[in-house]
Every structure is written in structure tokens, then in C-alpha cells.
Design a protein around this ligand. Sequence first.
Ligand SMILES: NC(=O)c1ccc[n+]([C@@H]2O[C@H](COP(=O)([O-])OP(=O)(O)OC[C@H]3O[C@@H](n4cnc5c(N)ncnc54)[C@H](OP(=O)(O)O)[C@@H]3O)[C@@H](O)[C@H]2O)c1
Length: 280
Amino acid sequence: MDTFTIGADLKVQRLGFGAMRITGDGIWGPPDDPEEAKRLLHRVVELGIDLIDTADSYGPEVSENLIAEALHPYPDGLVIATKGGLRRTGPGQWPRDARPERLKECCEASLRRLKLDRIDLYQLHSPDPRVPYEDSVGALKELQDEGKIRHVGVSNVSLEELAQAREIVEVVTVQNRYNVTDRHSEDVLDACEEAGIGFIPWYPLATGRLAEPGGALDQAARAHDATPAQVALAWLLARSPVMLPIPGTSSVEHLEENVAATGIELSPDEVREIGSASQG
Ligand SMILES: NC(=O)c1ccc[n+]([C@@H]2O[C@H](COP(=O)([O-])OP(=O)(O)OC[C@H]3O[C@@H](n4cnc5c(N)ncnc54)[C@H](OP(=O)(O)O)[C@@H]3O)[C@@H](O)[C@H]2O)c1
């Protein structure tokens, strides 16, 4: 697996782990088998993954608590990236709340749950239309100045919002939905690549009709004795050197498959064909 350095000092493997799926249905409450979730987290680390993405809203609190229970004291070099800015009101419900005072409370609570003095990467989960974006980003800058956050990331942003955030604070990562079936954030990805900002594509495993028999992913999967989901990850990794996919799973078997995808080397033709099929 090759590496990417976030914010000039956090060197990570380019495939991370998304810890949203270690909760109950609707990303609400505890998982059916918390011990299995902790076993999965241990396996994440054993496999050499050193970037775990979570959020206070996953559960809520469940994902961060499980990470701390399973992995604290953390191995050297493990980067835990968490987020604040959403509330939870029930399964599948995610109202936004990125008021500065609330973000500060959320960050303090994440620090306590994760048993950390400083969070390596704290991401603003989403712009909140009721709060000026610069106020939300400004709160993260203050938390950084206070030493509670090492680096700041943003998520679910447009090109304009990214530019606005970068005027206030050094943004080291952007986390937007991006996969072979959804390339709306292409402009944001290009901006990240140009600036050396890590781009964390969420929902990276979507495959859609490209995985159907004869589709571009299906064909490449057959050629590499892989699954379409693995090829989708390999394509993301080939798409840009700043791409840091964080596939999420509740299963050790799927985790191992996802890590194995880093060993798939697509030919330039395959990368091009999947890329053009995904935009067609
Ligand atoms: N910033 C945001 O707004 C935002 C939004 C959503 C997610 N995220 C982050 O992004 C991460 C990934 O996003 P995501 O979980 O929505 O999408 P994803 O990782 O693309 O897909 C996860 C789904 O794929 C399944 N899966 C995982 N590995 C598989 C494999 N090898 N073969 C077949 N199925 C597999 C999982 O089920 P099993 O459990 O059965 O494996 C799960 O249902 C999340 O964990 C979270 O950290 C961020």
C-alpha cells in the first residue's frame, strides 16, 4: 500500500477504515455484537490500516466509544479522524448543527470519549445552512489554536465552501461523496490534488450498473480475479494520489477483501475505461 502525508506530518496508508458501520441499524445505537465490532477494529490495525474515520454522530457516540474500548492506548501512528456538526434525533436522521458553541462542546466530548488530549484530524461534518460557514470553520480554528485539534478537515463541501474554509484555516482533508457512480465532486477533487489536500471519498464501494455483467467493473474484476467492489477501490486509488478511501464494513471478511484491493494494479486502459464508463 502506498502512503499519503496529511498536513505535512501525518503519514498514512492510502486505504483507511470507515467506522460508521460498527453501530446499529440506521447508524443508531450499539451493534448487534459489540465484541465482534472490537475484534474487527483490532483486525483493522493488524492489517496495517492507520487511518480510522469516525464521527460523534455515529451511534451517536457508539463508534467513538468502541474505538477507544478496543484500541486505547492507541498504537503509534494511528490517526483517528472524527467529526462534529450533525445531531442525531433517531435512526437515519441527521439534522445539521454547526453552531460554534455546539462544535466546541462536540469536540470536548469526542476528546473525552476517544481518551485523547488532541484530535489528529477533526472534520466539520457538513455546512449548516443556518450558520455562516466561516463561523463554523472559525470554531475549528479556535479549537486548533487551543491545541485540541492538530489538523482541520471539511466534509460535504462545494468548491466555493472549500475556498472559504481555506481562507480561515489550513484545510488538510476534504471528505465528500465520490465513487464510480457519483463523480459530482470532481471539481473539488481536482482542487485538492492541486493543493496537496487529502480527498476522502465516502461511499467508495458504490458500483451500480458498472458491476453488471459486461460492465467496465465486471470486466476488470474478471481480469484480476477480484470483485467489482475491489476494482472500484483500486480505481479510486488510481484516480488521484491524494485519494484516501475509507470503506466501511461490519465484517472482517469484507475488511480483508477491501485491504486486498490495494494490491490490484489496473492498467492505464482499464483506468480510462472505468473512468469514462462512470461518467457515461
Ligand atoms: N462525511 C460524511 O458525510 C459521510 C457520510 C457517509 C459515510 N461517511 C464515512 O465514509 C465511510 C464509508 O462510507 P459508507 O459506509 O457509506 O460506504 P461504503 O464503505 O462504500 O459501503 C459500506 C457498505 O458496503 C458493504 N461492504 C463493505 N465492504 C464490502 C465488500 N468487500 N463487499 C461487499 N460489500 C461490502 C458494507 O456492508 P457490510 O457491513 O456487510 O460489509 C456496507 O453496507 C463511513 O464508514 C464513514 O466513515 C462519511
